[in-house]
Design a protein around this ligand. Structure first.
Ligand code: GTP
Ligand code: MG
Length: 199
């Protein structure tokens, strides 16, 4: 399925630019630079369907991708948060866009919340999890860049992330551990995603 059609559809800087809610959607959220675009590329087996950048805060809009021929579902690359240098106005705009999308998007089946394996759950992630708890959909926590740290540290951080997840009603208790670089945990994430969109 993922080796078939995957196309960039559109970029929505505001809610009025959202595509018609015609297909099930799965959204990817996380701090700037956490690896959202890279993970989307890994899942779809493309090198650069979602632009991966070295400049944090690059993705400022909701970016929609369509999968399948004919279209079966959409993937949504959400703008990253927690960028230290972001002006208050930008943060406010982000909150409004993301909150209304999460609350009002009827076709949104699941959100994947990405957490950097090196950093674990930061206060901004806690805020995001609370926002997600208040939205209509459950979310999976996906640890990214697992190749960047030692297995022992990874296990420790994973345990802390699980503990954080348990405190949030809408978070899945099981977490996914991935590396886009080493293609680790990608098949498992694809399977989870396909299960999510078929419900
Ligand atoms: P914004 O769109 O700016 O919010 O960032 P993003 O969350 O989309 O992150 P992006 O995918 O652009 O990745 C940020 C940086 O981390 C890039 O330099 C990637 O090459 C790197 N990166 C992403 N995933 C991995 C991974 O699994 N392993 C390693 N080692 N590096 C990764
Ligand atoms: Mg990105």
């Amino acid at each position: 399925l993922f080796s078939g059609r995957v196309d960039f559809l559109l970029s929505a800087p505001e809610l009025k630019f959202l595509p018609e809610p015609d297909f099930p959607e799965v959204a990817f959220a996380g701090r700037s630079n956490v690896g959202k675009s890279s993970l989307l590329n890994a899942i779809t087996g493309r090198r650069s369907i979602a632009r991966a950048s070295v400049t944090p805060g690059r993705t400022q809009e909701l970016n929609f991708f369509e999968v399948g021929e004919p279209t079966l579902f959409r993937l949504v690359d959400m703008p990253g948060y927690g960028f230290a240098k972001a002006p208050v106005k930008v943060v406010e705009r982000w909150k409004k866009l993301v909150r209304s999308f999460l609350r009002g998007r009827v076709v949104l089946k699941r959100t994947m919340l990405l957490i950097d394996s090196r950093h674990g759950v930061k206060p901004v992630d806690e805020e995001m999890m609370t926002m997600l708890d208040e939205s209509a959909v459950g979310y999976r926590i996906v640890m990214t860049k697992a190749d960047k740290i030692k297995a022992s540290e990874l296990a420790e951080t994973a345990e802390l992330v699980r503990a954080a997840a348990r405190k949030h009603p809408a978070a899945y208790p099981e977490i996914q551990i991935t590396s886009s670089e080493k293609k680790m945990g990608i098949d498992e994430l694809r399977a989870a995603l396909l299960e999510d969109i078929s419900h």
